[in-house]
Design a protein around this ligand. Structure first.
Ligand SMILES: [Mg+2]
Length: 238
């Protein structure tokens, strides 16, 4: 498929964070199972994984401004609820929440995917503007600051808890475009979540590309297997 004419318009890229630029290490399931283990509750990571998927997808807690509205307090309450649903057996749920909240705030518990450094170098080289656009909360600033591969993006982070709306809400994408200083039709959204990063972005007037890393399920529409493919998007030179 020749997508070239479309990409030639592109002058900026919004990159999702989790699953796109970074991933937790150890895995989410291992981290939750370890938190349960510290309270004497043994849980198989597969059990934790299934519960987490179900809890994470739910719109458990929302802000006062309607669906997908959020802020730091909402995110904290949402994660408290997720931890409670994933680890209902632990005797001290508040302790489990506190430990996991802190765990995922620490950069040493995350890693950048190996394709991130070369992809960002190529994006910068091409003269494209770039920012991170994430449904993470303010903890993402510290995580990004602690990962050398993302050093060029420390001042280019748009998080939903600070915008006031989560992806896929159009207000989130407007904020990301504002951060880039570009109109939506000049911006490409790239991420691993079809609804949040692709469908939501398109509804807001951006171009969008799904990232489908090996081992993950197939996605609809245009997709790339890794971030290296972005080095071909030299929109600023078009
Ligand atoms: Mg993601």
């Amino acid at each position: 498929m020749n997508t070239r004419p479309k990409w030639e318009r592109i002058q900026g890229i919004v990159l999702d964070a989790v699953g796109t630029l970074i991933e937790p290490t150890p895995s989410v399931a291992m981290a939750y199972a370890a938190a349960a283990g510290r309270q004497g509750v043994e849980l198989a990571p597969e059990v934790v994984r299934g519960r987490f998927r179900a809890a994470f997808k739910g719109d458990l807690v929302r802000g006062e401004d309607g669906p997908l509205s959020t802020d730091e307090g909402v995110e904290r309450r949402r994660w408290r609820e997720i931890v409670a649903r994933v680890l209902p057996e632990v005797p001290d749920p508040a302790r489990a929440f506190d430990e996991l909240w802190e765990h995922f705030a620490r950069p040493e518990n995350w890693r950048a995917f190996p394709d991130v450094s070369p992809a960002l170098a190529a994006i910068h080289e091409a003269g494209l503007r770039v920012c991170i656009g994430s449904n993470f909360d303010a903890r993402l600033h510290g995580v990004v600051a602690g990962l050398p591969e993302l050093s060029s993006l420390v001042d280019a982070i748009v998080v939903s808890s600070e915008v006031g709306y989560r992806k896929p809400h159009a207000a989130f994408f407007r904020a990301a475009c504002d951060r880039l200083g570009l109109p939506p039709d000049r911006v490409l959204s790239v991420g691993d979540d079809f609804e949040n990063d692709v469908e939501g972005a398109r509804r807001a007037g951006l171009a969008a590309l799904a990232l489908s890393r090996p081992g993950e399920g197939p996605v609809e529409g245009p997709s790339v297997p890794d971030l290296a493919a972005l080095s071909g998007l030299r929109g600023a030179e078009a």
